[in-house]
Write a protein that binds this ligand. Structure first.
Ligand SMILES: Cc1cc2nc3c(=O)[nH]c(=O)nc-3n(C[C@H](O)[C@H](O)[C@H](O)COP(=O)(O)OP(=O)(O)OC[C@H]3O[C@@H](n4cnc5c(N)ncnc54)[C@H](O)[C@@H]3O)c2cc1C
Length: 292
C-alpha cells in the first residue's frame, strides 16, 4: 500500500464529526529501535526506524491512531507476528503465539522514516518490562493502523482526559488541536515527577492530577472522574468535543457522566478503555462501555 491509498480521509476534517474508516488491508512493518530516552521516571520514548516505514500512513489530528506492536518472546527471544497476505493471515517468525499490545503513534517523521512510541514503564506485563530493558537495534513488528481516524477540527473547545497509557493520545490532541481553539486536558499520573511539558497551537490548559494525593469524590470515584466533575464545561455543549481514555473501570463512569449528566451527544465523544487492571493483553474492543 502507498501513502496515497491511505483510507478514505486525508487533510482537514471540518465535518463536525469523527471521520473513521477501516483500512483496506493491515500492513506489517519490521522496525528496529533507533534511540530511546526517558521523558520522566515512568515514561520512555522509543524511536523506531526502518525502510518499511517509508509509506506509513500518518495523519494529523488523529490521536486515536494506534499500531499493534509485536514483542519478542521474553524467554525464547522469538519475534513472532501475524501478517495479512493475499491468502489470509499467516503467523511468521517462530512456533510460539504472537505477543502483541496496542500503542499510540505519538509522532512520525516521514523524511527519516521514524515512528515514535511513548511507553509507560512498569513491571506488570511483557510490554512494560520490554521497554525497561530496551536496547538500540532491538527488533519489533508493527501491524496497522487498521483504521483511518480524523478528529473534527471545527470545535472551539476540546476536552482531553486520561491516565498514563492515554497520555500519548492526549498529548497529540494538545499539540495538534487547531489554532484558535481551546484545549482543556485532565491527566492522571502517579505524582508530579511524571508531568511532561505539553504545548500546542491552541489555547492550552493542562491540569495534572496526582493520584497519590488527589481528592477523590464520594462513591469510589477515580481522581480523574473527581477532577472532571469539578470542571466547568461550556454552557453551549455543541462547542465541545471530548476524548477520554484510560483504565476501563475508571473510564466507564466517565462516559456515563459525559452522556447522562453533562448531556453530550455521543457524536461529540470518543471514549475508550485502553487497559484493564488485572487483565493481560486487554482488548479495547471489549471495553464494555455503554453504546448509547
Ligand atoms: C488504542 C490504545 C493505545 C494505547 N497507547 C498506549 C501508549 O501509547 N503507551 C502505553 O504505555 N500504553 C498504551 N496503551 C495501553 C497498553 O496497550 C496496555 O497498557 C498494555 O496492556 C501493556 O502491555 P503489558 O504487556 O505491559 O501488560 P499486559 O500483559 O497487557 O498486562 C499485565 C498486567 O499489567 C497490568 N497493566 C497493563 N498496563 C499497565 C500500566 N500501564 N500500568 C500498570 N499496570 C498495567 C494489567 O492490568 C495486567 O494486570 C494503549 C492501549 C490502546 C487500546
Amino acid at each position: 500500500m502507498t501513502a496515497r491509498e491511505f483510507g478514505a480521509f486525508t487533510g482537514r476534517n471540518l465535518t463536525g464529526k469523527l471521520q473513521f474508516s477501516w483500512m483496506a488491508k493491515i500492513d506489517s512493518r519490521d522496525v528496529t529501535v533507533v534511540r530511546f530516552e526517558d521523558l520522566t521516571p515512568r515514561y520512555r520514548r522509543v524511536v523506531l526506524g526502518g525502510e518499511s516505514l517509508a509509506d506509513f500512513p500518518w495523519a494529523d489530528f488523529s490521536a486515536p491512531d494506534h499500531v499493534k506492536v509485536f514483542f519478542p518472546h521474553p524467554e525464547s527471544g522469538e519475534l513472532v507476528s501475524s501478517r495479512e497476505t493475499e491468502d489470509g493471515w499467516v503467523v511468521l517468525g517462530g512456533s510460539t503465539d504472537p505477543i502483541h499490545r496496542d500503542y499510540t503513534v505519538r509522532a512520525f517523521d516521514p523524511d527519516r522514516h521514524e515512528l515514535t512510541l511513548d511507553f509507560v514503564v512498569h513491571d506488570h506485563g511483557i510490554a512494560g518490562r520490554w521497554v525497561r530493558n530496551v536496547q538500540v537495534g532491538d527488533p519489533l513488528v508493527l501491524n496497522g493502523p487498521s483504521a483511518n481516524w480524523l478528529l473534527p477540527e471545527n470545535f472551539s473547545h476540546y476536552l482531553a482526559l486520561g491516565d498514563e497509557p492515554a497520555l500519548p493520545a492526549v498529548a497529540r490532541i494538545i499539540e495538534e488541536a487547531p489554532a484558535g481553539s481551546r484545549v482543556t486536558a485532565l491527566i492522571e499520573v502517579e505524582d508530579a515527577q511524571d508531568e511532561q511539558e505539553l504545548t500546542g497551537k491552541a489555547d492550552v490548559d493542562v491540569r495534572w492530577i496526582h493520584r497519590s494525593t488527589a481528592p477523590v469524590g464520594e462513591g469510589d470515584l477515580s481522581p480523574l472522574e473527581t477532577a472532571l466533575r469539578a470542571l466547568e464545561l461550556p454552557a453551549d455543549k455543541s462547542t465541545l468535543f471530548v476524548f477520554a481514555a484510560g483504565e476501563t473501570n475508571n473510564i466507564k463512569p466517565i462516559r456515563r457522566y459525559l452522556r447522562r449528566e453533562a448531556g453530550l451527544p455521543k457524536e461529540q465523544l470518543i471514549v475508550d478503555g485502553y487497559w484493564k487492571r488485572g487483565v493481560v493483553n486487554f482488548d479495547h474492543h471489549d471495553n464494555e462501555l455503554d453504546e448509547d
